[in-house]
Design a protein around this ligand. Structure first.
Ligand code: AMP
Ligand code: GLY
Length: 451
């Protein structure tokens, strides 16, 4: 009996759509954090996907995919794996393998891969490249100058009002940005970036300091085709009240009451589409997720940064709201074919990241985590049943005979889902309260700009 799929597809002119090509998909997800867990979760809801591998994955992902012990940046081993197992689509989570050219290598080898080329990934891996593209295509962002020489940078910075923003020009795991409040701090930061080569030899972008709420607009992009996803807001600082050092992100929620539909449309038309078209004009079309880190300033929406991949932890609150088939959506980008209608649940999601004490600095691992359901995907209520409306994405855990233990800086993302944002917060809070571990902390003020 042939399976009949009900596909709400919008066909582009002249395109044909053949459901057969999507059946029995075998997908490899590259990466092993909360973002990849949410990607695996979304793929597992597709009737087209029959098998999911994740390299390297983690203890929570293992409940939904077969984890394979290959590092996310070991491109030759990943290519051998997809050939050996007959993988039909590879979805790349993190920026490092993208910057190293995994999409180029896989495409050259005739493998379907979701993620941009190394050249297009420079929109994230080089702040200077991103700024040049924005300037060339009229995209609003903070004014800036780029320096390689310490003396020149210091002469420029010390003449200007503080605070200022200093960005190391390369991948630095979210730690390459400082916001010095005075000349002494600025001099120390510039020294560490340009003289001590803290992240390696490089350049520094000096930027005007902007103010306003930040938000994340992720778009699926295929050349000049741009499909916005639901908005989310991350919380980058480690501690309550937006204090403490910058982290990879301590929590997120979606949707955002302070960004109107009109704002979102404006940002797509004046920021995301011009960048996508600009990259096509430069001969480096982007194919994958273009992530706009945006700020709603008193002078309008401006770009803080671009990423070349799904955000983490934004993905863990955005994809659970998706009602369309995620596999078909990424296939439409990968193959440049018709995009299905993208539908979102009216429910809100809000998630707390539970991180190891000491993160984003040094921390210890191996602490037992109590309170999760046996598959690790939920939190138990006092009767031992999974709390409804609570979902756990694993960021850094390991399974032992006695249960889950901590194995990373960010360990778990506990997401609540409910009709209203406040109720989603309550759910997520019930979730974190149900988890006990001697070495985890979280920020309870996630969503403070909205609830
Ligand atoms: P980035 O890695 O570029 O996202 O920067 C990390 C964080 O620094 C951002 O999330 C902002 O909170 C802050 N930041 C970066 N650029 C600026 C800017 N031009 N003005 C104010 N804050 C900024
Ligand atoms: N949440 C910020 C990022 O993914 O870079």
């Amino acid at each position: 009996m042939p399976i009949i799929y009900n596909l709400p597809l919008k066909k582009a002119a002249g395109q044909t759509f053949n459901v057969e090509q999507f059946k029995d998909a075998v997908v490899l997800v590259v990466g092993g954090g909360g973002r990849e867990h949410a990607i695996v979760d979304a793929l597992s809801r597709s009737p087209f996907v029959t098998k999911i591998y994740c390299a390297p994955g983690n203890a929570g992902i293992a409940a939904q995919a077969e984890c394979v012990p290959i590092a996310d940046h070991d491109i030759p081993a990943l290519l051998d794996f997809v050939r050996e197992k007959g993988v039909t689509l590879t979805v790349v989570g993190p920026e490092v393998p993208l910057a190293q050219g995994i999409a180029d290598t896989f495409a050259d080898a005739g493998q379907r891969v979701f993620g941009p080329s190394a050249a297009a990934a420079r929109i994230e891996s080089s702040k200077d490249f991103a700024k040049t593209i924005m300037a060339r295509y009229g995209v609003p962002t903070a004014s800036y100058r780029t320096f390689e020489d310490f003396e020149e940078a210091w002469a420029y910075v010390r003449e200007r009002p503080f605070p200022q923003v200093l960005k190391y020009d390369g991948l630095a795991a979210g730690k390459g940005v400082t916001i010095p409040q005075d000349a002494a701090e600025a001099e120390a930061d510039l020294r560490s970036m340009l003289l001590d080569d803290r992240f390696g030899k490089g350049k520094v972008v000096v930027e005007e300091f902007l103010t306003g709420p930040e938000f994340s607009l992720m778009c699926l992009v295929d050349g000049d085709r741009v499909f916005p996803l639901a908005l989310a807001q991350d919380h980058k600082r480690a501690y309550e009240g937006d204090r403490g050092p910058n982290t990879g992100g301590m929590g997120a929620y979606s949707p955002l009451p302070f960004v109107s539909e009109e704002d979102a449309r404006w940002a797509v038309e004046h920021i995301m589409e011009p960048v996508a078209k600009g990259l096509v004009a430069e001969g480096i079309p982007f194919r994958g997720v273009l992530y706009g880190g945006l700020m709603k300033t008193p002078d309008g929406i401006k770009v803080i940064e671009f990423n070349c991949r799904f955000g983490d932890p934004e993905t863990e609150v955005v994809l659970p709201r998706l009602e369309s088939d995620f596999y078909l959506m990424v296939s439409a980008i990968t193959d440049s074919t018709a995009m299905p209608e993208i539908k979102w649940s009216d429910d809100a999601t809000l998630g707390f990241v539970m991180a190891s004490e000491g993160y984003p600095g040094s921390y210890e691992k191996g602490f037992p985590i109590e309170g999760l359901t046996s598959d690790g995907l939920g939190v138990k209520d006092p009767d031992g049943n999974a709390i409804e409306g609570v979902r756990v994405y694993h960021m850094g855990t390991r399974a032992t005979e006695d249960g889950f233990v901590t194995a990373g800086g960010r360990v778990l993302m506990v997401v609540g889902k409910a009709r209203k944002l406040q109720d989603a917060w309550d759910k997520a809070f019930e979730g974190v309260e149900g988890i006990s571990c001697d070495n985890l902390f979280f920020r309870s003020d996630i969503g403070h700009q909205a609830v």
